[in-house]
Design a protein around this ligand. Structure first.
Ligand SMILES: [Zn+2]
Length: 190
């Protein structure tokens, strides 16, 4: 990697932190560490990292509480969060997804190198914004199903609509998409 990316590693177990710290340092990252969710929030605000890797169970504030607090703060809401679990409970995976955690893995089930690869993928995923001026295919059904105007203008403000697609998997070239108004939804776009 050309740029030095910053990762914040959050866990109350110093051994766990140092294992991940070493791995990410070896891959050229600048590493910051925090000992619990509260410490994680303070450090993320003071020195905004490119990505956060966190455990779940910690004193003071757990990984979910931290993620929720980070999402509510404009300074930190954009930071992708990867979470690792030691127990691999399905409810934790579900809760992680619900709180907006982008990557969830069970510690020890994947190699440290794979952890790094997945974390890098989190902030290098590609986004495209496509103008909707296409005809043919399923377009007629799409506009009718979604109640869109035929000229793809926003029913609210008249600005053009666009299809925002965001890569969710680099290898398989998979995307998720959302139709947006270039004016009304501009606040939600990066
Ligand atoms: Zn609009």
């Amino acid at each position: 990697m050309d740029k030095k990316y910053k990762i914040l590693i959050v866990d109350d177990d110093s051994e766990v932190r140092s294992i991940y710290s070493e791995v990410f340092k070896a891959e050229g990252f600048r590493v910051m560490e925090a000992v619990d969710g509260l410490d994680g929030i303070n450090k993320a605000i003071a020195n905004v990292p490119d990505v956060i890797l966190t455990g779940i169970i910690m004193p003071k504030m757990d990984g979910f509480g931290m993620k929720e607090a980070l999402s509510k703060n404009v300074a930190t809401s954009h930071i992708p969060v990867a979470m690792f679990s030691h127990m691999g409970r399905e409810e934790d995976r579900k809760k992680a997804e619900e709180t907006g955690v982008k990557e969830f893995f069970v510690a020890g089930m994947i190699t440290p190198k794979e952890v790094v690869a997945r974390v890098i993928r989190l902030f290098t995923l590609v986004k495209y914004r496509l103008k909707l001026n296409i005809k043919g295919g399923d377009i007629a059904r799409l506009t009718s199903d979604l109640g869109l105007k035929d000229d793809f203008s926003c029913a609210n403000c008249g600005e053009d609509l666009a299809l925002n697609i965001e890569m969710t998997n680099n290898e398989r070239k998979e995307f998720t998409g959302r139709i947006i108004c270039l004016r009304c939804d501009s606040g939600q776009l990066e």
